[in-house]
Design a protein around this ligand. Sequence first.
Ligand code: PMP
Length: 427
Amino acid sequence: MKDTRSKELYERAKVHIPGGVNSPVRAFRAVNRTPRFMESAKGDRIIDADGNEYIDYVCSWGPGILGHAHPQVIKKVMDSCENGLTFGAPTEKEVILAELISELIPSMEVSRLVSSGTEAVMSAIRAARGFTGRDKIVKFRGCYHGHSDSLLVKAGSGALTTSVPDSAGVPKDDTKNTLVAEYNDKDSVQKLFDENKDQIAAVIVEPVAANMGLVLPEEGFLEFLREITKDHGSLLIFDEVITGFRLSLGGAQQYYNIKPDITTLGKIVGGGMPIGAYGGRREIMQMISPDGPVYQAGTLSGNPVATTAGIETLNILKNDPQIYERLEQKTRKLADAAREAGKGHICVNQIGSLMSVFFTDQKVRDFESAVTSNTEQYADYFGYLLDRGIYIAPSQFETMFISNAHTEEDIEKTCKLAGEALCSLDF
Ligand code: PMP
């Protein structure tokens, strides 16, 4: 497969862009390949600068639940562009989107639009601290909540409660209020509550963890988080940037029937354009400026073109009640094919339209088991598929996204090639 143009662009990109990319995973460092520079996408296909076509399972890391360039969304977005790109003043579309969010995710009685998932989570944490008057937050090792300072912590192995920043440039003081627990481990959460009485503002969790590869919550784990936060006057924040409108129309909270106090959204809510949102109970959201003392703002927040894409996407999902069942069936087919070919050497986690293949014989249920995966084997698996026109996440610690545009034929083709890729590995 020719990659001359991608290589040229990558060399050029490295001159004026850090690492040649505007978000690190795109550089393909974890898989030792040259990143593909993309030019266009339609349905389940994405085409690179050399004209190679791939079946796309990255789907822009989640927003593309309808596939790329859905005609109805594109038409509305183009019409909206004609009316002006940004006003910095309120619009009806923001009202419609807030109403739609609240209809589909009733726990989000009141919500505020921002421009990314990072911003949504950062603001949700501020709201939780403002509402409770407490500073500490609990997050889980291996969960990603964007790149704001206080959340760039996963804590070193062993020392669960030492809050060391993961990134240079983050002062230790900025993470000292971030406590780290283990995903699917109730005791580790209980311990933090015992040691930090009346100090924890919120527990933030990806209800289905999708940033250490895909890791599902075990039975009772999310219920436990709901109970312990309630008992201690802390808030429960579901980071549904990935799961929102993906696991079901009402997100993971509908799927598991658990009502968080605050929810964060990104990706699908913007229909492929930059939108994030955070929201929750009215009394909490009344803390936000200009009603309350918690300041949060944004020049492009509620942008009219972006809200158009979001509204259109959510309406298409809402009007197609069978969509989630179809997504699940396609994804299950991929998961079953991988399990069959991997013959006990791999662990395949799947739920709804999310899926990960881990190169380990352990059951992956938390960060510790996720990192037992052989990332060199993942890189080989990735390379085999990339060279044959299948585009999956260029890192073990991401997830695969299946869209409504993936055809049965393309799923079959992927099952076959993934099977071959797995058989080609030296287990
Ligand atoms: N939360 C979760 C669960 C995410 O997966 C991500 C990004 N993948 C974010 C927050 C941050 O979103 P963004 O990249 O839009 O800032």
